[in-house]
Design a protein around this ligand. Structure first.
Ligand SMILES: Cc1cc2nc3c(=O)[nH]c(=O)nc-3n(C[C@H](O)[C@H](O)[C@H](O)COP(=O)(O)OP(=O)(O)OC[C@H]3O[C@@H](n4cnc5c(N)ncnc54)[C@H](O)[C@@H]3O)c2cc1C
Length: 425
């Protein structure tokens, strides 16, 4: 999943808006250079360009090539578990984290409208309960949201009403959230970079940063070009690799995988998801699914911490899909793909500074479509001198893995397995 410079063979890549950017050549100058063209980097680029900075965005492959162009497309508000933040930093920080969660989603919706981004944004999200304790959690969530005057409609769905939302008898209840939803993530990312480029951002693709020279005027190098800037933003997340080794020891790249069926007859698609909601269950290695604009079922799941891609993704995911929807027994799988999520051990996104003028954000732990957009704004803010939100998160300490080894770490895989077993018990 790491060495091709073109998009992976996903449903999203096959249906993306076509746009390409040049390779960086020679020496260039910018105010801010951003490394990584996923949601984090593109969001920061767009904010900074809107504020009049001269921005250069460098992507090793194609814009949206990483997790941002491969994910489940589930747009879910929330930035971090605000109860965790409240416990550590007090009620003001907890309240700030809650507001940030709402803001993350608003940014996406507002950008789609403002820049007329054609990414099939639809509202309606269904959390699925596999057991009674999930339903109990949903009840607590609804009560908490009511206390906080949550701005979107949320509704608990009893088992008897589940067929109105999902054509599967696996679930014992659900929680509908009318504010969350789903979209075509690669087209969102491409639409945003198009907006940044139209406002003057210099975007380079197939331009992997191989070296960062820190200093008063830092410089990033690719194999055939370089950019000098006042400040650097690192937005490579699980794919940053060796460009800044200090960042990689605090995240674990976990693989997540998706299959897309052939386009289904409309009646069958309606039977599976009558309200066209995005769905996910509550396990650590969760199943998540939704319909595409052309009525395919996109079914994701399977989490692996070894860094090794499964030999046959469909062989693992198709039986899981059929166990949820036996109606799909004979349906063809047209696409299968996967990508890396960057997991923080404490599940709190990581923000910080290196050498004074290099900033980073990473480690969204599997929930990144909305949070990366706010992260981009926080990065743009801190670069512009406003560090209020950034500093709350830059203060959080994150565990580092000894030796900075992420992949093929059996002890780690075992540790993560422990959480899964605990969940089953
Ligand atoms: C299969 C899958 C399903 C998911 N489903 C969901 C979901 O439904 N909802 C949700 O909220 N979140 C989901 N996520 C998580 C979400 O996609 C990520 O949190 C988010 O996209 C991270 O964005 P990013 O920009 O930080 O990183 P990425 O999108 O991974 O982008 C990093 C980019 O940096 C580039 N890069 C790295 N190093 C360099 C370098 N040295 N030079 C130049 N470029 C470099 C990479 O090529 C890459 O394009 C999912 C993730 C995966 C993998």
């Amino acid at each position: 999943m790491h060495d091709t410079r073109e998009h992976t063979n996903s449903y999203y890549a096959a249906t993306r808006e076509r746009i390409e950017f040049p390779v960086l050549r020679g020496e260039q100058r910018a105010d801010i250079v951003i490394v990584g063209g996923g949601f984090t980097g593109v969001s920061a680029a767009l904010y900074l360009q809107e504020r009049g900075y001269k921005v250069a965005l460098l992507e090793a492959n194609r814009i949206g090539w990483g997790a941002s162009g491969r994910n489940g497309g589930q747009l879910i508000d929330g930035f971090v578990n605000e109860d965790k933040i409240e416990k550590r930093f007090g009620s003001d920080a907890g309240e700030m984290a809650y507001r940030m969660g709402l803001e993350s989603r608003e940014i996406v919706v507002e950008r789609v409208e403002r820049y007329a981004i054609d990414c099939n944004l639809k509202f309606g999200f269904l959390d699925l309960a596999l057991k009674q304790s999930d339903v109990d959690d949903f009840e607590a969530q609804v009560a908490q949201k009511r206390r906080k005057n949550y701005p979107h409609t949320v509704e608990l769905i009893e088992k008897s009403r589940m067929p109105e939302f999902v054509g599967s008898d696996k679930y014992v209840g659900g929680l509908v959230n009318a504010g969350n939803g789903h979209l075509h993530p690669l087209n969102l990312c491409i639409g945003e970079v198009r907006a940044a480029a139209q406002q003057g951002a210099q975007v380079f693709e197939q331009s992997r940063v191989t070296k960062i020279r820190h200093g008063a005027k830092p410089r990033v190098d690719t194999s055939i070009g370089s950019i000098r800037a006042d400040k650097i933003i690192l937005a490579g997340n699980a794919y940053l690799g060796d460009a800044e080794p200090r960042l990689r020891s605090s995240i674990i790249p976990a693989g997540s995988y998706i299959i897309a069926t052939e386009a289904l007859p409309r009646e069958l698609a309606n039977e599976l998801l009558p309200k066209d909601s995005a769905c996910c269950d509550q396990r650590v290695a969760l199943d998540y699914f939704r319909l595409s604009a052309d009525n395919r079922l996109l079914f994701g799941g399977l989490c692996n911490y070894s860094g090794r891609k499964p030999k046959d993704i469909s062989a693992v995911l198709q039986p899981k899909m059929i166990s949820v929807f036996p109606q799909l027994e004979d349906v063809r799988i047209d696409y299968e793909w996967g990508g890396y999520i960057a997991i923080s051990i404490n599940r709190i996104p990581q923000f910080g500074r290196i050498e004074g003028n290099t900033y980073f954000a990473q480690g969204y732990s599997g929930h990144g479509v909305a949070p990366t957009h706010l992260a981009g704004k926080m990065l743009a803010d801190v670069v512009c001198g406003d560090s209020e939100q950034f500093d709350v998160f830059a203060r959080v300490r994150h565990l580092k893995l000894p030796g900075g080894r992420w992949f093929a770490n059996p002890a780690l895989a075992l540790g993560m397995m422990y959480y899964r077993i605990r969940e089953v018990l």
